[in-house]
Design a protein around this ligand. Sequence first.
Ligand SMILES: NC(=O)c1ccc[n+]([C@@H]2O[C@H](COP(=O)([O-])OP(=O)(O)OC[C@H]3O[C@@H](n4cnc5c(N)ncnc54)[C@H](OP(=O)(O)O)[C@@H]3O)[C@@H](O)[C@H]2O)c1
Length: 257
Amino acid sequence: MDLGIAGKLALVTASSGGMGRNIAHSLAAEGANVVLFARSADKLQAVAEEIEKKHGVKAVAVAGSMLETADVRRLAGTLKELGGPDIVVLVTGRPPNPLRDTLDENDESRWTEAYQTQLWAVVQVMNAVAPLMLPRGWGRIIAVTSASAKEPMALHALSTVFRSGVAAYMKGLSKEIGHTGITINCVGPALIDTSHRTGKSAYTAEQTKHRESLTPLGRMGTQEELCGVIAFLASRQAGFVNGSTIQVEGGMGNSLF
Ligand SMILES: NC(=O)c1ccc[n+]([C@@H]2O[C@H](COP(=O)([O-])OP(=O)(O)OC[C@H]3O[C@@H](n4cnc5c(N)ncnc54)[C@H](OP(=O)(O)O)[C@@H]3O)[C@@H](O)[C@H]2O)c1
């Protein structure tokens, strides 16, 4: 299926590694040019080079933090020079580590960090970047939240609270700017394999084993399975999916809708 995004310009945040990098690859594989944004300049440049080499598209690395206003403004400046983004995929850094039970989340600095990393980072990028999309008559905005925003998971209070905030923000924005031709959706992952992260897993070996048993499929999801859903939401064919969250969690949740 031709997703109809060849030649479009896609911003992917938090894309120097992990999910963001894989999402950027999957959009580039469909012919989209990409702008990458994360703090590690060297890693980001390496991702840009590997994308250009593998997919033959343009990949621009903008080093900076989603939490730094000056960096986000510089990102918006680069996007404007390139003609404005058609597609924005909002990935963020992780919530504070290690994970804790809800009543053990009694440290205000962890709540502040989680708010800034999960919610404010998204709002700050949207404030700077979404206005560039409005005059273009077509657009796709996709935020990566978490399955726990819909069905809270143990140990995930700091993620659940602020990622459901992102879902609410995105829903409101979809009502406000849908008339411009931009769709806005969220993807709520859980249990996606992150074995690319070495030496700093948020889970103990026992927790990891338990997590694999949480879906009827009895396994973790792959990065490819997550990226495929995001690429679809970025596509021409997804034009009537708007204001939704698509869960990518292998059937772990219990709700019907
Ligand atoms: N795996 C799952 O099942 C699952 C489920 C729900 C939610 N998620 C969420 O999905 C997101 C991505 O996960 P992942 O496994 O890919 O994480 P990861 O491997 O830790 O990568 C996080 C990325 O975020 C970037 N980043 C961190 N802080 C940033 C900032 N202030 N500004 C710009 N970029 C920043 C990092 O790059 P720099 O250090 O270079 O900035 C890195 O590229 C996380 O928020 C995670 O919590 C994952």
